[in-house]
Ligand binder design. Structure first.
Ligand code: UGA
Length: 432
């Protein structure tokens, strides 16, 4: 099928290359000229395992093209995906400005009947607005059907998730459109759930809110474990074996970050508030997460006293491994706290570089290796569980640091191992 994708961010690009891979004819549209010209050279604007190969392969096959000429791309499409950003507004709600702009342009440009599929995460009721925004701009007698098709892929495993997802949600206003979108996805051979548009919109928010709740729940249990002398990893394993609970998203740490959970949880609180329902459980989830992010620096102060003038290494800057995304990363609030404490910050990440420099242009030192970051450091924080960090020989902390005080926010090492090397090792939900 002929598909145009509006907005080549994370979701748009991954969707585009994966649909091209299964045989569709894809045109990707974005307003960013540099991004489009890089993509046409086979260069990915995001760090994501496997994506460059898929871009190059489908460019060579002629299955995908990248353009800024949105009008032309919309005019011949059978299906248009909207995957532009819905950033957070000041009040926590989702900002729909980019969606509205895309919808209006689609209305102005289409030359035949079209199915418009919304992949962007949008508040319940938005797809109905999208339809109106498009229809208001249509001249002539064209028909637009709207489908809500939320995305569940994770950064860092986005390609894998697209081919191996748990389900595809299709919220449609008519059976024919639902079936056409179902057929589009058929080669993925994944379970498809068809529903109405509003339920599909809610499924996306409820999924992310539930996963965020699991994380804040396990983090609170971890905080209690530390006080009562229990081990969070054993506890998580013990409860996760109950299939009603499930073992995933029970890794305790310094909280969830990224471009989705923080934004979507706040948006759902706002959506509930708009219909006069106070979502107190989710408000607590958010509060717990904000406190959790600051736990390690607090712990370091408890153990070492004032941190002023101390050399602090911080390992891992992205919000999770296998991505260069630092949006809402725990590392950022940790660096801010350390700088407020007047500590000297030496940071290392296997892929994050320029983005963190842009946030802290002068006051942190970016290192090119773990060795460099921890050499002569007074203390070391671990904010992201990259393999390179998890596999780092513990003996080196002892050899290179002034005195090995390690505050591990992602439980990268076994307690017994840390003990073997006489490290002062503090982690989450496990007694030192
Ligand atoms: C999340 C969802 O997992 C996807 O299903 C969804 O499509 C996506 O948001 C979205 O809405 O677009 P993502 O933000 O890429 O995906 O990352 P996750 O792997 O879910 O991790 C989010 C955060 O939770 C990370 O900071 C991670 O470190 C943290 N986390 C995750 C934990 O602290 N503990 C866990 O057990 C799992």
């Amino acid at each position: 099928m002929k598909v145009t994708i509006a907005g080549i961010g994370y979701v748009g690009l991954v969707t585009g290359v994966c649909l091209a891979e299964i045989g569709h004819e894809i045109t990707c549209v974005d307003t960013d000229h540099k991004k489009i010209s890089d993509l046409n050279k086979g260069e990915s604007p995001i760090y994501e395992p496997g994506i460059t190969e898929l871009i190059k392969h489908n460019l060579a096959k002629g299955a995908i093209r990248f353009t800024t000429n949105s009008k032309q791309a919309y005019s011949f499409a059978e299906i248009i995906f909207i995957s532009v950003g819905t950033p957070e507004s000041d009040d926590g709600s989702a900002n729909l400005q980019y969606i509205k702009e895309a919808a209006e342009e689609i209305g102005q440009s289409i030359r035949k009947n079209v199915i418009v599929v919304t992949k962007s995460t949008v508040p319940v009721g938005t797809n109905e607005k999208i339809k109106k925004w498009i229809e208001n701009k249509i001249t002539g007698r064209l028909k637009v059907s709207i489908v809500s098709n939320p995305e569940f892929l994770r950064e860092g495993s986005a390609i894998y998730d697209t081919f191996n997802g748990d389900r595809i949600i299709i919220g449609a206003e008519d059976e024919l459109s639902a079936n056409i979108i179902g057929d589009l996805y058929k080669p993925f051979d994944l379970p498809i759930i068809k529903t109405d548009i509003r339920s599909a919109e809610m499924i996306k928010y409820a999924s992310n809110a539930f996963l965020a709740t699991k994380i804040s729940f396990i983090n609170e249990i971890a905080n209690i474990c530390e006080k009562v002398g229990a081990n969070i990893e054993d506890v998580a394993q013990g409860i996760g074996k109950d299939s009603r609970i499930g073992s995933q998203f029970l890794s305790a740490g310094i909280g969830y970050g990224g471009s989705c959970f923080p934004k979507d949880t706040k948006a759902l609180v706002q959506i509930a508030g708009d219909v006069h329902h106070r979502f107190e459980l989710l408000e607590s989830v958010i509060k717990v997460n904000n406190v959790q992010r600051n736990r390690l620096v607090h712990k370091a102060k408890e153990v070492l006293g004032p941190l002023a003038g101390k050399k602090a290494a911080i390992l891992g800057l992205s919000f999770k491994p296998n991505t260069d995304d630092i949006r809402e990363a725990a590392s950022i609030s940790m660096i801010e706290q350390l700088l407020a404490e007047k500590a000297e910050v030496f940071a290392f990440d296997p892929v994050v570089n320029g983005k963190i420099k842009a946030l802290f242009p002068e006051n942190i030192k970016l290192c090119t290796s773990i060795d460099e970051a921890i050499t002569k450091a007074d203390l070391c924080f671990i904010a992201t569980e990259w393999n390179e960090i998890k596999e780092y020989p513990l003996v080196k902390f002892k050899d290179l640091m002034k005195e090995p005080f390690i505050f591990d926010g992602r439980n990268c090492f076994q307690l017994m191992e840390a003990e073997k090397f006489n490290l002062n090792y503090y982690s989450i939900g496990r007694e030192p």
